[in-house]
Write a protein that binds this ligand. Structure first.
Ligand SMILES: [Zn+2]
Length: 404
């Protein structure tokens, strides 16, 4: 399928309309795949109703996708008179994809099937890997994962790569203790792609996690949300109307450097009082370093210690402010808090952030909480990275994943 397409199907909300006339089969294939992903198992008649495509168009596309191995037919169901209807689902073994999370101390690799289910995950230590050194490691990991899973090479959609960097802006891109050298080189993606012999899509870690959440996680039916990504820093991935919101320089969602305490703690970006100086694992580490007998960062999840609780109480009001600002600016359906931070720490942060300050999010009749837990754990970003090629393949309007 073509990777870049214009798009006329601008209807927001749960379904993107297909087009019978001038727009391509490729676009319509994406519309059908996306509908089956969200609603499957689903019959051809239901797909036609959902997409506003003709029955004939749906029949042709479904047949083509079934032959290609992307769709799996279920048992025919007879309802009343007439032809029995066949429910279709995404075929997990129709394709696979690789995801890599590269940061300043490790590389995590994941192989997932077309439904996003992890087939295998590996992790190796890596000290601030450059594109060249990462390329060699990624190739080894890819060969190992694909070889062990016995995946036909032709069925690999590609690879996604998630990095803790921001793109193409000055100080913030290169500031901080977790920066990787050399990745702002325009040839970095090419270096990785040549080593893997696969097309490679690059995202920042927070947006990769958000895309994974949208494709396979709790946000699969949520069109507008913010995924707050808590790791050593604080980032976010923003989805509006079912699409990732990238911003003019591809750095939308960089909320860790929103100033929440004017004149507050100095930040490596040059400002003072940035949100991530209070709400991040590095902020927690710094806070706990000043408390005698406090647990180390790696022990946060096993400890209900008073010291951790004190940090949670210190950080939670800043989380509440962030929710207020994001709701007031973007009016999302919900805000998800996730990332590599321990699950119980995130749950306690959400708990302590209540009651949230008033905003447009305080509306009555909500079906989702204003703030809830998203995907959590060390593998969240690698799995999100593995979702990038799949999302690129099946999302009807996704045409600007980073390709530099
Ligand atoms: Zn900052």
């Amino acid at each position: 399928m073509a990777r870049r397409e214009a798009d006329r199907a601008s209807q927001p909300g749960r379904s993107v309309a297909g087009t019978n006339l001038e727009f391509t089969r490729s676009h319509n294939r994406r519309v059908v795949l996306d509908t089956v992903r969200r609603l499957g198992p689903v019959s051809r008649a239901e797909i036609a109703r959902e997409t506003a495509l003709t029955n004939q168009t749906i029949s042709n596309i479904v047949e083509e996708l079934e032959e290609a191995g992307f769709l799996l037919p279920g048992e025919p169901k007879r309802e009343g008179r007439g032809q029995p209807s066949i429910p279709y689902e995404i075929n997990p073994h129709g394709a696979w994809s690789l995801g890599f999370h590269v940061d300043h101390r490790a590389i995590i690799a994941a192989l997932v099937d077309l439904t996003g289910k992890p087939v295998a995950i590996r992790e190796i230590a890596a000290e601030r890997p450059s594109p060249a050194s990462a390329a060699r490691a990624l190739r080894r990991l890819a060969d190992e994962l694909v070889g062990q899973a016995a995946i036909p090479a032709a069925r690999l959609l590609g690879a996604g790569l998630a990095l803790p960097v921001r793109f193409g802006v000055g100080a913030i891109t290169t500031a901080g203790p977790t920066t990787l050298p050399g990745w702002d080189d325009p040839d970095a993606r090419q270096t990785i792609s040549e080593a893997l012999e696969q097309p490679v899509l690059i995202e920042n870690d927070a947006m990769a996690a958000a895309i994974g959440e949208r494709l396979h996680g709790v946000a699969r039916a949520i069109d507008s949300f913010v995924f707050l990504f808590l790791d050593e820093g604080l980032g976010s991935g923003v989805f509006l109307g079912g699409q990732p919101w990238r911003g003019a320089s591809l750095n939308a969602g960089e909320i860790g450097h929103m100033i929440v305490v004017p004149g507050g703690k100095p930040c490596p970006c040059g400002n003072r009082g940035c949100l991530e100086r209070y709400l991040s694992l590095s902020a927690a580490e710094e806070f706990l370093a000043d408390v005698p007998g406090a647990p180390k960062l790696s022990q946060l999840d096993t400890s209900a210690s008073e010291a951790v609780e004190r940090w949670v109480e210190d950080a939670a009001p800043h989380l509440a402010s962030a929710v207020n600002i994001l709701e007031s600016t973007l009016d999302p359906e919900t805000i998800l808090l996730g990332g590599v931070a321990p699950a119980d720490v995130l749950a306690r942060l959400i708990d302590k952030a209540m009651p949230l300050p008033m905003s447009v999010g305080s509306r009555s009749g909500r079906s989702l909480p204003r703030l809830m837990t998203g995907s959590v754990g060390r593998h969240t970003v690698a799995l999100g990275a593995a979702a990038l090629p799949i999302f690129d393949e099946i999302n009807p309007r996704f045409d600007v994943l980073l390709k530099h």
